[in-house]
Design a protein around this ligand. Sequence first.
Ligand SMILES: Cc1cc2nc3c(=O)[nH]c(=O)nc-3n(C[C@H](O)[C@H](O)[C@H](O)COP(=O)(O)OP(=O)(O)OC[C@H]3O[C@@H](n4cnc5c(N)ncnc54)[C@H](O)[C@@H]3O)c2cc1C
Length: 391
Amino acid sequence: MRTTVGIIGAGPAGLLLARLLHNAGIASVVLESRDRDYVERRQRAGILEQGTVDVLRAAGVGARMDREGLPHDGIELRFDRRRHRVDFPALTGGKQVMVYAQTEVCKDLIAAQLADGGPLLFEAEALAVEGADIDAPRVRFRRGGAEDVLDCDYVVGCDGFWGVARAAIPESLARTYERTYPFGWLGILADVAPSHDELVYARSDRGFCLLSMRSPSVTRAYLQVPADTDADDWSAEEIWDELDRRLEVDDPGWRLARGPLTAKSVTPMRSYVHEPMRHGRLFLAGDAAHIVPPTGAKGLNLAVGDVVTFARALAARLDKGDEGPLDAYSDTCLRRVWQAERFSYAMTTMLHRAPYASAFDDRVQLAALDRLTSSKAAEADLAEAYTGFPL
Ligand SMILES: Cc1cc2nc3c(=O)[nH]c(=O)nc-3n(C[C@H](O)[C@H](O)[C@H](O)COP(=O)(O)OP(=O)(O)OC[C@H]3O[C@@H](n4cnc5c(N)ncnc54)[C@H](O)[C@@H]3O)c2cc1C
């Protein structure tokens, strides 16, 4: 098999890249190790930055998002029994975010690709990327029990943190930067209308929690828990009780609505960056190159930024013979990646209580929140980062 761009992975990065290339008249083949059902059901991100929303619309896959997604104009911060709303459009010149689940983004992109795009092969597991540094990249993969080879002009590794593409960059050329946090997120989905119409980020002496949503009838919520927590150790009642405690606020009119849980899992918290994001004709995009803790809602949005950058750079190469944007790919992406890493780290450390936190650390967190809620400049900084850095 031969194509212009071999894409490994059909998460948001790989699927969107295939669509952008298709729209630009560039051939691609997507290899995805899991089956379609699995990819369409994997519960993960839910917050789309303004730039991501604009890209999906421009790519022709925004119609259902615009019908079913929930545009949000702000978030609420809770701490010290207080609540404070951050108004995004007022602080950013009109930007919003959209609540629309990653599962739905993937379903829309898969449907579009299968309708009129290049091959999207499920249950096709990439085994290795070879020849990236000698201008003859190829992906060895296994499908239906047999091994095959995809010869390409370029390979883009969109295969997530546990994929194989990154391993094709020699260790001697790579630098990695990493932080693991001593806590994780116990996440739930529940069949109950969200108790607030915007996301609530709460810092309490018992730890962090986030009250979010997937739709007008589905609540998504997260509790900070120790890193080694088993989700089955928490009953539904214990989870709701703990959310209630952490969301406590001096407002007799506010109440947390409870409902039956439909999913429960623990996500580890990690920051990770692999530099460079390019080696010869192999390019890394999304979680294959970087991970952020979910506190800043940046992972999916960074993946979108990477593939938009690659698609534009490749079009410049193929249309005008301009190699410059492809050569700059890694630096261009990393600048945005590090802004997201900085923001996600700042949100995480401001809102979570580390097991070793001292009374001093608690005071510094409260001072940071006090600053945020009393300075328009500080608030605007959060709003700009949350709604997204320019693509
Ligand atoms: C609980 C949770 C909440 C999150 N919340 C948010 C949020 O609110 N906002 C946000 O922006 N981000 C969020 N994220 C992060 C976001 O989900 C990821 O950053 C995003 O999925 C990255 O997309 P990707 O396409 O790069 O990688 P992935 O989604 O990991 O996709 C990689 C794909 O490659 C496939 N693959 C792997 N290895 C191979 C192989 N060898 N051959 C072929 N295919 C392979 C995988 O099966 C997968 O389909 C969250 C993540 C989690 C876990």
